[in-house]
Design a protein around this ligand. Structure first.
Ligand SMILES: NC(=O)c1ccc[n+]([C@@H]2O[C@H](COP(=O)([O-])OP(=O)(O)OC[C@H]3O[C@@H](n4cnc5c(N)ncnc54)[C@H](O)[C@@H]3O)[C@@H](O)[C@H]2O)c1
Ligand SMILES: [Mg+2]
Ligand SMILES: [Zn+2]
Length: 277
């Protein structure tokens, strides 16, 4: 048995047994034991299953996703969004659910060919959908996004979007556009969002962000010029904060928080944090 979580290309749906998670628009089903249920038991519940996908092995046991049409009632169980599992609870289980959510969304959105409109079929032993009519393959979509902590000595640039929890300030982030390098994207996003120039861009690490399919690439960058001008509509407020006087910060498991904590640790000579994958 291999411990931990390993994604698998495909499992045979006809083989009984293993674990299953159930996902609807309301999130994942869970009870006091968490979101993993014995698969055969879960399939006997009164749930409208739209699709079933083998997604991987947890501690050697196969795990399946039941994609539902709607959130049904299961006695003793309730529904919780993926963000709730990200914020608290077992990190490995959150990784299982994050992967399940991305595969479920992608499979649902690629039942028909985007080029000719014919029904697509699952490719054997590969996580891909295939159109026989026009030979098109569609793989799970991943959207690269840059996230950057802009620094100026003892000050860091943090901003808040109107979508954030009240009071919370975070690092700047944005999606890569066609034709851009990671650095091009980072420089453009910082310019667009606060009209500041940066230099000495340093890559710090990455994190899967399954909301719905981002791949966060995290950086530190030094301030090189300009006064903060927040982008209308996107940025509600942006400020330089002294590292000894910070506002409420993003959730501890996010790469945004890691980039901030890492800079503070290096500046103050503390032990460096670990980035949750
Ligand atoms: N893990 C973290 O710590 C963390 C922190 C901040 C942001 N993020 C994520 O980073 C991503 C980008 O951040 P943002 O929201 O500031 O992006 P952004 O600054 O590029 O602005 C968002 C806008 O981009 C457009 N957009 C949406 N999906 C897109 C895609 N796949 N490709 C290109 N453009 C798209 C939409 O118009 C959307 O309103 C988001 O997924 C966000 O959730 C993660
Ligand atoms: Mg942004
Ligand atoms: Zn086609």
């Amino acid at each position: 048995m291999t411990p931990g979580w390993i994604t698998t290309t495909l499992l045979d749906n006809e083989t009984p047994g293993g674990w299953a998670v159930a996902r609807s628009r309301d999130g994942f089903l869970h009870d006091t034991n968490g979101p993993l249920f014995p698969r055969e038991w879960l399939k006997r519940q009164d749930l409208s299953v739209f699709a079933e996908h083998g997604i991987g092995h947890l501690d050697g046991e196969p795990v399946y996703l039941l994609e539902l049409d709607s959130a049904g009632e299961v006695p003793g169980c309730s529904w919780q969004g993926l963000r709730g599992f990200m914020l608290q609870g077992d990190h490995t289980l959150y990784k299982v659910l994050g992967y399940a959510a991305q595969i479920g969304t992608w499979a649902r959105e690629h039942r028909f060919c985007g080029s000719c409109g014919q029904a697509m079929v699952q490719v054997p032993r590969e996580r891909a959908m295939y159109c026989q009519a026009c030979d098109l393959r569609s793989y799970p979509r991943i959207s690269p996004s840059m996230i950057v902590l802009v620094t100026r000595g003892d000050e860091i640039l943090l901003a808040r979007s109107p979508r954030f929890v009240t009071g919370v300030y975070s690092t700047l982030a944005g999606f890569a556009e066609p034709g851009e390098s990671a650095e091009d994207c980072l420089i453009r996003e910082v310019r667009e969002e606060v009209q500041v120039e940066v230099k000495n861009i340093q890559y710090m690490g990455s994190q899967c962000w399954p909301f719905p399919h981002s791949m966060m690439l995290g950086f530190h960058a030094e301030y090189a010029g300009g006064d903060i001008v927040p982008q209308a509509d996107e940025i509600e407020d942006a400020q330089w904060f002294n590292i000894h006087d910070l506002p409420p910060l993003p959730a501890s498991r996010s790469i945004a928080r890691y980039l901030i904590d890492l800079y503070l640790a290096r500046r103050l000579g503390h032990a460096e944090p670990v980035l949750p994958g």
